[in-house]
Design a protein around this ligand. Structure first.
Ligand code: ZN
Length: 213
């Protein structure tokens, strides 16, 4: 599976001077179809999920989501059409990440692995190895780093995935309330009051796992 371009589209790509990042959004003929082909391709690859927050795209029209330049086009215009540097992200992640530098050191060619990339690279790294999308009992989701993943933490900061936590732990504390209700329920079923100290520790661990798995 790949993106197939027409001859006209190929020439628009080949004519790019690799310097001016505004080229991407210029009204040049054929650019629109190039962008939409890339968007369609990555929506399929990602199963209609944002490459950074994994939120499901529920609208059917393409206008609300952006083609994402993983190494930002403002800093790396030369990789504007490099397929490995492209993905699809929701508006919020895209706008939060914007032109942030994500390489840990200067590069001469497009990287072949995620090793020197600060964030979880959608095409090199396996998302699930770094970030766990937790669903709270009330159905709201938020993101936590797995195994202390530094890439996860960098992604959460760069794409402002904190916004999900704000929503989940919101003002009304709906999340806290639902967790504490659920915990009380689990502890009651375990007869927590009558457990020894050691048994309680195990019970707490089990209860937390019950809730977040
Ligand atoms: Zn997103």
């Amino acid at each position: 599976m790949s993106v197939e371009y027409t001859e006209e589209e190929k020439s628009v790509i080949n004519n790019f001077d690799k310097l001016d990042s505004n080229y991407w959004n210029s009204d040049l003929e054929h650019l629109k179809t190039i962008r939409s082909k890339i968007r369609k391709y990555y929506l399929e690859v990602l199963d209609n999920k944002c490459c950074y927050c994994q939120m499901l795209k529920q609208e059917n029209h393409g206008s609300t989501w952006d083609v994402e330049h993983i190494l930002p086009k403002a800093l790396y215009p030369r990789y504007m059409f490099e397929l490995t540097n492209l993905s699809v992200s929701c508006k919020e992640c895209n706008q939060a990440k914007l032109d942030k530098e994500i390489c840990t050191k200067p590069i001469k060619a497009y990287p072949r692995t995620g090793n020197n990339i600060k964030i979880v690279h959608p095409n090199f790294d396996i998302y699930k190895d770094h970030i766990k999308v937790v669903m709270a009992p009330d159905g709201k989701i938020f993101h936590t780093p797995l195994n202390g993943s530094k890439k996860a933490r960098e992604t959460i900061v760069a794409c402002n995935l904190f916004r999900f936590q704000e929503e989940a732990f919101g003002k009304e504390n709906s999340y806290k309330k639902s967790v504490s209700d659920k915990l009380s329920e689990v502890f009651a079923s375990m007869n927590f009051e009558n457990l020894t100290e050691d048994q309680r520790k195990i019970a707490i661990k089990t209860a937390v796992e019950c809730i977040f798995n």
